[in-house]
Write a protein that binds this ligand. Structure first.
Ligand SMILES: NC(=O)c1ccc[n+]([C@@H]2O[C@H](COP(=O)([O-])OP(=O)(O)OC[C@H]3O[C@@H](n4cnc5c(N)ncnc54)[C@H](OP(=O)(O)O)[C@@H]3O)[C@@H](O)[C@H]2O)c1
Length: 294
């Protein structure tokens, strides 16, 4: 059995604890999932970010079930984040009620126009999610890709406050005011795409601008004896942001989790702050078929 203490945990406003680092599984090939999840568990990961949209939920579930059955890890120390109902945190993925359970398709209609349900408000969606908590089906509920104004709105109508807001965040898209607003109101920020989508080799998906290749990041990483990815993930951690980098490579699973043994100085945190480009890699419409990020 692997120690559960490799990654520190944060306490959510629901009272439950969640590891400060998880593994994202978007674009993880279905055949690779089992091996990657088991390697991740051996490396100390106890938090997985899943979604119906990723179309590998069954494989993730089977891999975890096997890990519990074989005693690789105990079930109760797990945190599954996002859009899955199992002892877990459940999130509304987009500021749209059409992104429901099991709904994986694009929300663009045949006419090329956004096709989302206009009869169900986000408040109604939130009420349904609150019910899941009352029914004991989920522990914590959260929001995703909500900007300041939708977050503010949610805080106004929520009987159970969102525990998490999962947003794109990395050195080229730092979103300081949104991050601080959420944190001020007790909402834990989780960074999706925390590496900015990886290196420029991923240009087809994420564009040709990558914070992993930034000279400030590269030089500073060398100074700390760390890799650019480790420096970037540590920088988020020091902003009290939970990170969920995705990798299908065993060596990178280990690399990405080894960020809890060093500190970035205040001066260097400021230097990284200065490289912000307000550059969103998840371009509206590119992945989710939706052209509104409120
Ligand atoms: N809520 C939402 O709307 C939303 C949107 C996007 C993503 N997400 C979640 O956030 C997770 C992470 O985001 P993401 O996958 O878009 O981007 P990311 O984690 O920023 O980057 C992933 C890419 O970086 C590469 N990589 C990983 N570790 C690396 C390292 N140490 N050095 C160099 N390259 C490295 C990976 O390649 P290899 O696999 O080849 O290592 C992969 O191509 C997703 O998997 C998903 O769970 C949520």
């Amino acid at each position: 059995m692997v120690s559960k203490d490799v990654v520190p945990a944060v306490t959510l406003n629901s009272g439950y604890r969640m590891p400060a680092m998880g593994l994202g599984v978007w674009r993880m090939e279905n055949t690779a999932v089992r091996g990657v999840i088991h390697s991740a568990i051996r490396s100390g990961y106890r938090h997985f970010d899943c979604a119906a949209k990723y179309q590998n939920e069954a494989e993730v579930g089977e891999a975890l079930a096997e890990a519990f059955q074989t005693g690789l890890v105990k079930r109760e120390i797990y945190s599954l984040q996002q859009r899955i109902i199992l002892n877990t945190l459940y999130m509304s993925q987009l500021p749209s009620s059409s992104s429901g359970i099991g709904k994986t398709a694009s929300v663009i209609g045949e006419d090329g126009v956004l096709d989302i349900d206009t009869t169900i408000s986000l408040e109604t969606t939130w009420r349904a999610m609150e019910k899941l908590v009352y029914m004991g089906l989920v522990r914590s509920i959260g929001i995703s890709n909500y900007g300041v104004f939708l977050t503010r709105d949610c805080l106004a109508y929520a009987k159970i406050k969102p525990a998490v807001n999962q947003i794109e965040m990395h050195p080229y898209f730092q979103r300081d005011s949104l991050v601080k607003f959420c944190q001020k109101h007790g909402i834990c920020v989780t960074a999706h795409t925390p590496l900015g989508g990886g290196c420029t080799a991923n240009a087809k998906l994420f564009g040709s601008l990558s914070c992993l290749d930034d000279p400030v990041i590269e030089d500073m990483a060398e100074k700390y004896g760390k890799t650019p990815a480790q420096l970037i993930l540590r920088w988020s951690h020091q902003r009290n942001i939970v990170v969920i980098p995705k990798t299908s490579k065993v060596e990178r699973l280990k690399e990405n989790i080894e960020i809890f043994d060093f500190d970035i100085s205040d001066e260097d945190m400021e230097e990284i702050k200065a490289i912000d480009k307000n550059h969103r890699t998840n371009q509206p419409g590119k992945f989710w078929g939706i052209d509104v990020y409120a």
